[in-house]
Design a protein around this ligand. Structure first.
Ligand SMILES: [Zn+2]
Ligand SMILES: [Zn+2]
Ligand SMILES: [Zn+2]
Ligand SMILES: [Zn+2]
Length: 251
């Protein structure tokens, strides 16, 4: 059973905590974390103008709602459930390559997932904190209207990271996210960057940076991407090819 959307953050789809933020324009609510970070209201797509609201606090604190993980019968009030769903024993780890490669693997822990990737997808695991990627014939693909996805892993700092890249030739941008597969409390220690450079001119580099996010177990968690428009780095192409480096940094 899906809970009523009034208990769920419009942006991240997690349960709302107390004092959510309300869009001034459309009156819909997001959680306080999203209220502080989104720039466009996910409800009405207007520039974000969120106001703290206590209208629902009593309701959020009194109504018991179900955990949305399959097979789990836990229920509680919103703020607690939000935490529970991340740590719910019924969460199942699925292989991140299940869609791309049809990998049927399932497991129970983040450590099992790491071992699976290293054993069964070693060609996708990069044992370093940075790597040069190339997109061959990038310029020729620019008018193609396709979306090329690429998923790989970085094994660095004794931790494991999921790196998702999408060359979106519809919107003409690269979408990128790096997710941390370790202890949630260490997530904010890591950032990543994508760097474009002119191989012939020293110090001519273009760098975009963002924070790593915690790996999410289930797809109902929406995840933000670092988005870089093609126009920003076109001049770094070599012929028709594009070369770029992705680095994970420890803060
Ligand atoms: Zn949220
Ligand atoms: Zn709105
Ligand atoms: Zn549960
Ligand atoms: Zn797999």
């Amino acid at each position: 059973m899906e809970p009523s959307p009034i208990f769920v953050c419009l942006q991240c789809k997690k349960y709302l905590c107390s004092s959510p933020r309300r869009c001034y324009w459309c009156g819909q609510d997001v959680c306080s974390a999203c209220g502080a970070s989104v720039r466009v209201c996910p409800g009405c797509l207007t520039g974000a103008f969120f106001i703290e609201t206590h209208d629902k606090d009593e309701l959020l604190a009194s109504v018991r709602l179900p955990c949305r993980r399959q097979g789990c019968f836990y229920s509680s009030t919103c703020p607690r459930l939000r935490r529970h769903e991340e740590e719910c024993p019924h969460r199942v780890k699925l292989c991140p390559l299940r869609r791309r490669l049809g990998c049927p693997w399932q497991g129970e822990s983040k450590n099992q997932l790491v071992r699976h990737c290293q054993r069964d997808h070693p060609e996708r695991v990069i044992s370093a904190n940075c790597h040069m990627f190339q997109c061959f014939k990038f310029k020729e693909r620019m008018g193609s209207g396709v979306k090329d996805h690429y998923y790989c892993f970085f094994d660095a700092f004794n931790e494991f990271f999921h790196v998702y890249q999408c060359f979106d030739y519809v919107e003409s941008l690269i979408k990128l996210k790096v997710c941390f597969n370790g202890d949630r409390r260490r997530t904010n220690k890591f950032t990543f960057e994508i760097c474009f450079a002119d191989p012939f001119v020293d110090e001519d580099r273009l760098v975009f940076q963002a924070a790593c996010q915690l790996v999410k177990d289930q797809e109902f968690y929406y995840v933000d991407f670092l988005k870089v428009p093609f126009s920003a780095f076109l001049r770094y192409c070599i012929g028709t090819h594009l070369f770029y480096k992705i680095t994970i940094n420890f803060a």
